[in-house]
Design a protein around this ligand. Sequence first.
Ligand code: ATR
Length: 283
Amino acid sequence: MTDQYAVFGNPINHSKSPHIHRQFAEQTGQDMQYSKQLVNENAFEKNAQEFFAQGGKGLNITVPFKINAFKFAQELTARAQRAGAVNTLSLQNDGTILGDNTDGIGMVHDMHNLGWELRDKRILVLGAGGAVRGILQPLLAEQPQRVIIVNRTFVKAEELEKQFHDLGNIQARTYQQLINNELSNDQQFDLVINGTSASLSGDLPPLPENILANNACCYDMMYGAEPTVFMRWAKENNAPHIADGLGMLIGQAAEAFYLWRHIRPEVIPVITAIRRQLTESSK
Ligand code: ATR
């Protein structure tokens, strides 16, 4: 019987995951089916239980159920434990369900594909919500020189500093400190990651002009047919390397696929195909 996979979310219509996994399956010759399922707000657990009871092998989980999935999993990977959220559930040989979080490693792999170095780099992360929590463990595992987290609500950044400081040099700061040039004697960054949801409403966090180092990279975890406000800011400030989060979306899917099928799909042709579709659909 063909192995069944799905993505659960609400809303779900926009999800590109079925399309991405179908391309991975085709590339690697895997016999699998991948569908999307709209899950009612209070029905996550029931729907997930039914899915696995009917022989399903794995689920991707998107907004707003990543914390439900974290609680649902019977075992967690270290990175999911750190993230406090699960985006991939996987049926194991012993019948238990493993919860993983592949968002952060998906982003790090995307940066590697872009040729961006992370080791010993000075990194600024904007935002301290669920999306940022999900990337910190894989980011710190790359051994950057420092990670500064800036958030509108400072206590959330502070909380992340507390929870991740054992993994590397991570410090919480306010936008005001950034603007007033009060971070340290070196206020330049090799990489700035926008992990806020500000792009969704066309907003830009308050950023001073002088924070980009010479060869700086700017990464928006959001993506779209058009460059985000943050990407436009990066261009105006002469960042030589700018990317959106489409590669992260496909990278996290590739890691989930690997967990389920133990085979690594090629991400670049899928990124190219989906980028083309995005551009065409916006015309
Ligand atoms: P997600 O799961 O996408 O991370 P979230 O947990 O709601 O969503 O977090 C959204 C993040 O974007 C938060 O860090 C939020 O800042 P606050 O914690 O202060 O709310 C940040 N954010 C959203 N809109 C913003 C804006 N206009 N300027 C700066 N930060 C913004």
